[in-house]
Design a binder for this molecule. Structure first.
Ligand SMILES: O=c1ccn([C@H]2C[C@H](O)[C@@H](CO)O2)c(=O)[nH]1
Ligand SMILES: [Zn+2]
Length: 141
């Protein structure tokens, strides 16, 4: 029943649309991402680069931050699409940020709307440091 409101293919299509707005004057490597939350809402994100390169934000985090900042924290899935030649997997920082919101989040990486692979975030970031680790000592130092 998980996919009653959006299939993996549809969420990849959302990432393809998100990629249109990628701001990539330095890398010329556009990436699109789309988040599906339990409420059935979709949040799109693109990568946004910056002349001070470290200010760059990945497509995945743009989409996540849009959802969280709207109060929509129950993330079911995220789709990601870069170029058509290879699968673009979330970078290490994005894997950590995705893990923050659930170890079972589905990560769909696509080359096109017909070619994609499905993982969970815990497959992509095994043995992750997570919010639970901070709870083990009751938050004390
Ligand atoms: O999963 C990824 C990998 C890379 N990028 C962006 C960051 C930068 O703008 C460009 C090149 O690294 O691609 C993403 O948005 N998501
Ligand atoms: Zn990233």
């Amino acid at each position: 029943m998980e996919e009653k409101y959006m299939t993996d293919k549809e969420l990849i299509k959302e990432a393809i649309k998100a990629r249109e707005y990628a701001y990539v004057p330095y890398s010329n490597f556009p990436v699109g991402a789309a988040i599906l939350t339990k409420s059935g809402k979709v949040y799109r994100g693109c990568n946004i680069e910056c002349a001070s390169y470290s200010g760059t934000n990945c497509a995945e985090r743009t989409a996540i931050f849009k959802a969280i900042s709207e109060g929509d924290k129950e993330i079911e899935a995220i789709s990601v699409i870069g170029d058509m030649e290879s699968y673009t997997y979330p970078c290490g920082i994005c894997r950590q940020v995705i893990t923050e919101f659930g170890s079972n989040i589905k990560v769909i990486v696509g080359k096109s709307e017909n070619e994609f692979k499905v993982h969970t975030i815990s497959e992509l970031l095994p043995h992750a440091f997570s919010p639970d680790d901070l709870k083990k000592n009751g938050g004390k130092k």
